[in-house]
Design a binder for this molecule. Structure first.
Ligand SMILES: NC(=O)c1ccc[n+]([C@@H]2O[C@H](COP(=O)([O-])OP(=O)(O)OC[C@H]3O[C@@H](n4cnc5c(N)ncnc54)[C@H](OP(=O)(O)O)[C@@H]3O)[C@@H](O)[C@H]2O)c1
Length: 356
């Protein structure tokens, strides 16, 4: 049994849901994967606040008790913002922890620095929860799409805006009215500026550009939904379409990636047009596979917690970064590559991992 002790930076919507998920699924993971995952401690601002889980004796206001603690193996950053989250992530990597983060603002701003620090530490950052929550789009880029040439991505990546536009379409209400409803249901933050302005979607687009082409978009244009009126939504519907906040990325052959964020009228048959409520979706055009469409819950604590904790599990089950990948080409090479008599199970970092 391999023991994974998680330290949470943040115990809000995402951190709280991750803690709840770990408490609820721990026994299944022990049986299914031979992993004993527990959360040991959580960093918060206000320890007196009510929490969605039993956190007695496990809250701290001192980040060192997580990022540099000897009894923490994986740090889950779910506090948000660029600082101090960025500094804590770097400290955790330097202290030899694996790090998982759902923080697109941090990734979009500090990608190169974080990836470099992770590589120096021989780790890979877990980032699945940062774009489109539970939709496994980053896994797709690391696997199937790693072998393909991505030409274009069109995506709906902001659950708040999708909820608002979809609801305006249904009810003919104004943006302000629907925004209040979204806030009451937990689909929009009290300060929704980052979502409504398109900035949040642009950050996620930047992360996708880095994954698809290894480069930041050279040209970014971003428009939000602040000025969308019920008349705009009705005009789109009368024309047989649906108004959505669309993130479009393309990289002309050999050229720099371009990122556009803005409201677009999509024809009714377009896969992104059918996304309802806070769902997210991505249409990815790549050679030679054609078009890939991924969709699902794009926001919310439980959906994001599955992506985040999935990264904790996957990162443990996968071969550690830096291990040599042996591509076996024929039988003679296969024989040569097989572990020889000198191979000891203890050489395998996973086998050598902490055992219960
Ligand atoms: N919510 C979603 O649906 C969603 C989806 C995908 C990704 N994300 C990302 O996940 C991250 C967390 O989002 P969230 O919605 O869970 O935020 P949240 O509910 O506001 O929770 C933030 C948590 O971090 C703690 N915190 C924040 N700043 C801190 C500081 N300086 N020192 C100590 N503790 C601090 C807060 O402590 P207190 O509780 O004491 O205030 C709180 O527990 C963000 O990067 C967000 O973009 C969120």
């Amino acid at each position: 049994m391999t023991r994974i002790r998680v330290g949470l930076l943040g115990l809000g919507v995402v951190g709280g849901a991750a803690a709840r998920l770990i408490d609820a699924q721990r026994h299944r993971w022990r049986r299914q994967y031979g992993l004993d995952i527990s959360w040991r401690r959580a960093l918060v601002r206000d320890p007196a606040k009510p929490r969605p889980v039993d956190a007695a004796g496990r809250l701290t206001v001192d980040p060192a008790e997580i990022v540099e603690a000897g009894d923490i193996d994986v740090v889950v950053e779910a506090m948000g913002g660029v600082e101090p989250a960025g500094t804590y992530v770097l400290r955790a990597l330097r202290a030899g922890k694996r790090v998982v983060t759902a923080n697109k603002a941090l990734l979009a701003e500090r990608w190169e620095q974080l990836q470099e620090a992770a590589a120096e530490a021989g780790q890979r950052l877990g980032i699945e929860g940062a774009v489109a929550a539970a939709v496994p789009c980053l896994a797709a880029f690391e696997q199937v799409l790693a072998a393909a040439q991505v030409e274009r991505i069109d995506a709906v990546l902001n659950g708040t805006c999708n909820f608002i536009l979809h609801r305006m379409e249904r009810t003919r209400a104004s943006l302000a009215e629907v925004l209040k409803e979204a806030q009451a249901l937990g689909y929009a933050e009290m300060d929704p500026t980052d979502d409504i302005s398109g900035r949040d979607a642009a950050r996620k687009g930047t992360v996708l550009s880095l994954l698809a082409w290894g480069r930041r978009p050279a040209d970014v244009q971003c428009r939000g939904i602040e000025d969308v009126t019920p008349a705009d939504v009705a005009a789109a519907r009368d024309a047989g379409g649906h108004l959505r906040l669309v993130v479009s990325l393309e990289a002309p052959a050999g050229g720099e990636p371009r990122l556009r964020v803005g409201p677009q009228v999509l024809p009714a048959g377009h896969p992104l047009a059918g996304l309802e409520g806070p769902d997210n979706g991505l249409c990815i055009q790549a050679r030679p596979l054609g078009r890939l469409f991924l969709s699902g819950p794009g926001a919310g604590g439980d959906a994001t917690a599955c992506a985040v904790v999935g990264d904790v599990i996957r990162g443990t089950l996968a071969r550690p970064a830096g291990s040599k990948l042996v591509v076996i080409c024929d039988e003679r090479e296969a024989t040569a590559a097989a572990p020889g008599p000198g191979h000891r199970a203890a050489d395998d970092p996973l086998a050598a991992a902490d055992r219960l």
